[in-house]
Design a protein around this ligand. Structure first.
Ligand code: 8YV
Length: 327
């Protein structure tokens, strides 16, 4: 009997792809770019499963055009690119990759916040350009991180890991906003206090944004929110482009109503708002918060575990709609 066919839609570690081969006929994307939408549909004909990243849009039109598809497994924790209700309605299993990237992503969020507060890339560019002719007392004077108030917008797993770093490692008072406060026994080890979003904006010295993207979090941080922030404050976004209004952010940075920003994600990435590219007080990175070899391997392995289980009668470890398997 021939094996089911699967597509690995993003280029990943070949030894991890090899884990699929005993179970499936495996087709891969050998380019270093995500498959364009139409190409993805074409390559998915006759495929029972697909391994994707956050760059692949899986919507109802694609599902309709790929009637053999039974499992969509993303190596990302965020799944705003996948229409999960549409998958559920069509009996397609969806999984994501939570937990395995939490600490690595929190490390990066903290590093980006520190680089932003301490003007690390801006001063490096200055040095590399040959502009450093003498030392001065105020040269690249930034903002302290230790002891400053850390604001966390979105206290999920990654938000909590950032709060823990700030509280235990840097003596930072931690304020956070979530739709609902955490139970007291979860707040205590993080030294964290729930506040309304406006209060978070007003009081944070360093705001780190970690909310998942959904229509309800689109431009959650917009012009009016930025206007509430201290002119000495920094903003770090490791969530998703679209959570922050990037045009409004660039205006605030240029007007000096916000000191600096650290951005790993962008509205419409890989495009970056042109005004952000001309701000010197911004640290920009290309969506790499989870990018360590160990973590990207763990994320990839988890997606493969899910794909194998979903299509061989097993229990996918991190299914988002396990109810489809009972049908
Ligand atoms: C991924 C991420 O690397 O997991 C997520 O949600 O944003 C990143 O860790 C990226 O989305 C892969 O496409």
């Amino acid at each position: 009997m021939s094996k089911p066919k699967v597509l690995v839609a993003v280029n990943t570690f070949s030894d991890i792809v090899d884990r699929l081969r005993p179970h499936f006929d495996v087709e891969t994307n050998e380019t270093d770019q995500p498959l364009p939408y139409d190409e993805l549909i074409r390559r998915l004909q006759g495929k029972a499963g697909v391994y994707v990243s956050g760059s692949n849009r899986i919507d109802d039109a694609l599902l309709q055009a790929c009637p053999d598809l039974r499992a969509v497994c993303t190596m990302a924790v965020g799944y705003n690119n996948i229409d999960v209700p549409a998958c559920t309605a069509r009996g397609v299993l969806v999984s994501n990759a939570p937990d395995v990237l939490t600490e690595t992503t929190a490390d990066f969020g903290f590093a980006l916040m520190m680089a932003t507060a301490r003007r690390i890339t801006e001063s490096e560019h200055f040095l590399r350009s040959g502009a450093w002719k003498h030392w001065s007392v105020t040269m690249f004077a930034g903002a302290d991180v230790h002891g400053a108030t850390l604001g966390v917008l979105g206290m999920g797993r990654i938000g909590a890991a950032i709060a823990r770093r700030g509280h235990l490692g840097f003596g930072m008072p931690v304020l956070y906003h979530n739709r609902s406060p955490l139970p007291a026994d979860q707040e205590a080890p993080l030294g964290a206090t729930w506040v309304e979003k406006d209060e978070l904006m007003r009081r944070a010295d360093h705001l780190v944004i970690v909310v998942p993207y959904s229509p309800s979090s689109h431009h959650l941080v917009a012009e009016r929110d930025l206007a509430l922030m201290k002119p000495t404050a920094t903003l770090t976004n490791i969530a998703r482009g679209g959570v922050v209004d990037d045009a409004a952010l660039a205006r605030a940075l240029k007007a000096g109503t916000l000191a600096a920003a650290g951005l790993d994600v962008f509205e419409g990435e890989p495009s970056v708002h042109p005004e952000l590219l001309t701000c010197s007080n911004v640290v920009l990175t290309p969506h790499i918060a989870s990018a360590t070899v160990a973590t990207r391997r763990a994320m990839s392995n988890l997606a493969v575990d899910n794909l194998i289980a979903a299509l061989t009668g097993g229990t996918p470890p991190t299914a988002l709609n396990p109810e489809v398997l009972k049908r």
